[in-house]
Design a protein around this ligand. Structure first.
Ligand SMILES: [Zn+2]
Length: 249
């Protein structure tokens, strides 16, 4: 039986994807310094080498991602497709660690934060009382995800090492205390919230979302569902159409 919510969630996932698995990006010299422009192109090329999604230089005519300078770092999730372009905000602080630009490009690709997966409460406890009120939204699991966890998790295991997982002290009120706590601390001893490079599961997430069957799909990751099994059970459903504009991270 096909559950309606699964079809709806599959529609949401598909709506996130860039047409033809191509993301046109406009990076204007003059908005950012040349070193930052170089870093953005390097991040685009790096992701291009790992997945079938292609970040390319945009022409003026195309719907595109326009990189703008800002005080912070921020992206919408996936292809919004409203108007002529969508913004990707990258301030100078976003270039202090290699993985920050990559993190934002993974949002552009269509990935949400790992700590807002529908199953995250099994892995982390969110300490709401120690999170700034204006940042609570960054820790909320979208309601549509909760209805179809197997689908939206892309058949891949929870990943503390994801480039899309926040660190455990992000947006805290009392900076001595955490905003998230691991449920089973022995389970993961690495750095949560790394901003170095996409994890293997991050790469697999992009490849599963875009059905890049000839790229790395994460079948060997402990706890992963085999891609073909996951895909048959989920993405191949007839899909409704949904708009996902203005999901801001
Ligand atoms: Zn983010």
């Amino acid at each position: 039986m096909i559950v309606t919510s699964t079809i709806a969630a599959a529609g949401m996932l598909r709506a996130l994807r860039w047409p033809n698995a191509t993301v046109p990006v406009e990076v204007s010299e003059g908005v950012l310094n040349s070193s930052h422009v170089h870093d953005i192109h390097a991040a685009m090329h790096y992701l291009n080498s790992l997945t079938c999604l292609k970040f390319v230089n945009a022409t003026q005519q195309q719907y595109r991602v326009v990189v703008e300078s800002s005080t912070g770092c921020g992206s919408l999730v996936g292809h919004v497709g409203v108007g002529e372009y969508q913004k990707l905000l990258l301030g100078a602080s976003c270039f202090l660690q290699k993985g920050i630009v990559l993190h934002e490009l993974l949002h552009v690709a269509g990935l949400f934060h790992e700590h807002t997966r529908p199953d995250r409460d099994q892995y982390v406890r969110v300490v709401w009382t120690n999170i700034r009120k204006d940042k609570h939204k960054n820790f909320v699991v979208p309601s549509w995800m909760r209805k179809s966890p197997d689908l939206v998790n892309l058949g891949l295991p929870y990943d503390f090492g994801s480039l899309l997982h926040y660190g455990l002290k992000v947006f805290t009120i009392d900076q001595e205390r955490p905003s998230m706590v691991l449920r089973r601390p022995h389970e993961y001893t690495g750095l949560v919230g790394q901003r170095d490079a996409p994890s293997r599961a991050d790469v697999a997430r992009v490849n599963r979302l875009y059905e890049c069957w000839n790229h790395y799909l994460g079948d060997d990751l402990p706890g992963a569902k085999a891609y073909l099994v996951w895909q048959a059970a989920t993405l191949t459903h007839e899909l409704s159409h949904f708009h996902t504009s203005d999901i801001e991270i």
